[in-house]
Ligand binder design. Structure first.
Ligand code: F6R
Length: 607
């Protein structure tokens, strides 16, 4: 997720902009830039790479102006480069943006037809040109006109050479805060950027437009109706501010999942006709007909997302799928050929084994597709095609929001291929899309049960072993639940396909052994409940996860966590949430370093 800062006052804007951006560095970024109104003209300084590069570029030649906006970019549209870095300028206007403008291609075509010239690949540059196009001497009015036509998620800050005493900013589905000073005011996407300057802030809400001047801030809606804002005194220290008030990045990221899901759907789901599109793939029926096998290759959590992906692709697209751990795939002489598609899944896009597996698949002549969260990463660059997940930067070592968006990408992809190959009908596809549209709300609802999960977990934190069971998609999620628990709480955890238990592992199930069982798949529900009874008969302590309205689990399990009712294909995107929280609270109760578990690194760039 990009970082935004803005300053208007009596000091050199560039000093605050650079300092504020440095406070947002922890979020991850690939380029940085500032625009300052210097002697009535916009001066733009931006470059790819670390903020240090920008500082070096500015050197002793800092702009003098006292009004400016700045940005650290986490690429979504267009690779990281000097030209794609923000701010973007069109005529008298400079713009910084965090989010995704969904209809930017259509707007760009219209602007091109009117003679506008674009120099970047970004969706943001379209907003700058749109503002220039709408401007008839009234800056605020032009911003309102822009907001009436753009669709998507954004926080935006605008500057205009004709109005050197104001910055205008607004937001939808992305954070934006205003910091209030004396004779100066601040804008930021995140509180850490401003707490060295002021603790008096207010948080912007969706649809609000703030006109920020040195002496005050005026907030209105798009129709000009004034809005009064409550000032909030931030008493977080710098560390707490980075975590948005949460105790750990992991908990923050778990709570960001509804937004990560919404962002990953943006531009791919058409809510009106309930269809799925991947403009970045644009596959045809003929192309799909040539694919007779899919390999999914990944490591760790991403591998678990691949297992879920196999169920989706085989059931919805009816193509045989093999899922491989990347470190195995690369050395096992896989039977990959030109009629196969290899999908590599990687949050970072830099995992050494996954990258090597991708190269091996290419060497063997396969078509390749990367599902990754990092634009311009090695895997994104080397794969034939890329589907990005838009989880935003993930900082905690344990992957949470990236995993959920990987599941979402695999499900959307399977529905998309299913329709192209006609293996699912329009009605089913529409129904699944309608369920997907409910998902962000349902994940948020599941998160509201946090307290309940926290209370249930404290007890399990004392155990040495935990078993996770499920069948079909529930089994695939059980694998991820066990990994999460192991890596951050150091409790030994194993996941089993519930039907497999009696072939050996049942010997370990004795009185008091904790078993977490997931039971959402209706086609094999009775069988899962039989397995539940099997472990209960050995006096295991059972925590079940099932759909709201399931009245039978409570008869067998010691405790039940309910998730909102949805289609069985979407259940993994909900059942994983209590499992993530379970791992988090268990680690917390055991005093573990949640965000930085021992022996682990966020990005594994060595073999
Ligand atoms: C576990 C975790 C790891 C990663 C794995 C692959 O929480 O994060 O298992 O999933 O190292 O990393 P990426 O997805 O970056 O390729």
């Amino acid at each position: 997720m990009c970082g935004i800062v803005g300053y208007i006052g009596m000091h050199k804007a560039a000093d605050f902009l650079v300092d504020g951006l440095s406070k947002l560095e922890y979020r991850g970024y690939d380029s940085a830039g500032i625009a300052v109104l210097d002697k009535g003209k916009i001066r733009l300084d931006k470059c790819v790479g670390r903020l240090e590069n920008l500082k070096r570029k500015l050197g002793g030649n800092m702009p003098e102006g006292t009004v400016g906006i700045g940005h650290t970019r986490w690429a979504t549209h267009g690779r990281p480069s000097d030209l794609n870095a923000h701010p973007h300028v069109a005529g008298k206007f400079a713009v910084v943006h965090n989010g995704i403008i969904e209809n930017y291609l259509k707007l760009k075509e219209e602007l091109l037809a009117k003679g506008h010239k674009f120099i970047s690949e970004t969706d943001t540059e379209v907003v700058a040109h749109l503002l220039e196009d709408k401007y008839e001497g009234d800056f605020e009015e032009a911003v309102k006109q822009v907001l009436r036509v753009i669709r998507g998620s954004y926080s935006l800050a605008f500057m205009c050479e004709d109005e050197p005493d104001m910055i205008i900013c607004t937001k939808k589905d992305n954070p934006l805060v205003i910091g209030l000073g004396e004779g100066e005011n601040f804008i930021a996407s995140d509180i850490p950027a401003i707490i060295n300057e002021t603790r008096r802030t207010f948080i912007m809400s969706d649809g609000e437009i703030a006109t920020v001047t040195p002496d005050g801030v005026w907030v209105q809606d798009v129709n000009g109706v004034p809005i009064s804002k409550k000032v909030f005194i931030v008493n977080w220290n710098a560390e707490a501010a980075e975590k948005g008030g949460y105790d750990h990045f992991m908990l923050k990221e778990i709570n960001e999942q509804p937004k990560a899901i919404r962002d990953t759907m943006t531009g791919r789901i058409n809510a009106e006709d309930q269809t799925i599109h991947f403009p970045e793939l644009n596959w045809t029926e003929e192309e799909m007909a040539e694919i007779n096998k899919i390999f999914i290759v990944a490591c760790g959590t991403a591998y678990h997302a691949g297992i879920v992906g196999k169920y989706y692709l085989e059931q919805l697209a009816r193509i045989p799928v093999e899922v491989d751990i990347a470190s195995e795939f690369r050395y096992r002489s896989p039977l990959v050929d030109g009629n196969s598609l290899t999908i590599v899944i990687s949050q970072s896009g830099e995992t050494s084994d996954t990258l090597a597996a991708l190269r091996e698949a290419k060497r063997l002549g396969a078509r390749t597709l990367a599902v990754t969260n990092v634009v311009g990463s090695s895997i994104a660059r080397e794969a034939d095609q890329v589907v990005y997940t838009y989880a935003g930067p993930e900082i905690a070592v344990a992957s949470t929001k990236a995993y959920i968006t990987q599941l979402l990408a695999m499900l959307m992809l399977s529905i998309y291929i299913g329709r192209l190959s006609d293996t699912i009908d329009k009605k089913l596809a529409r129904y699944l899309v309608s369920c997907l549209l409910e998902l962000p709300k349902q994940v948020a609802q599941t998160l509201e049960n946090t307290k309940l999960i926290e209370a249930q977990t404290a007890h399990y934190a004392q155990c040495n072993d935990v078993f996770f069971l499920g069948r079909s998609l529930d089994y695939a999620v059980a694998l991820e639940g066990a990994l999460k628990l192991k890596e951050i709480s150091y409790i030994h955890a194993e996941a089993y396909a519930a039907g497999e238990l009696k072939h050996g592992t049942l010997a370990l199930i004795v009185e008091g052994v904790p078993v977490i069982i997931i039971a959402t798949q209706e086609d094999i529900y009775d069988k899962t409940v039989s397995n539940l009874q099997e472990v209960k008969a050995r006096e295991a302590e059972v925590l079940a996860i099932g759909f709201e309205g399931d009245t039978s689990l409570v008869n067998y399990a010691d405790q039940v966590i309910y998730i909102p009712k949805t289609d069985r294909y979407l259940a993994p995107l909900l059942t994983v949430v209590p499992l993530q929280l379970f791992a988090y609270y268990a680690a917390l109760a055991r005093g573990c370093d949640v965000d930085k578990p021992r022996n682990l690194a966020k990005s594994v760039t060595v073999e």
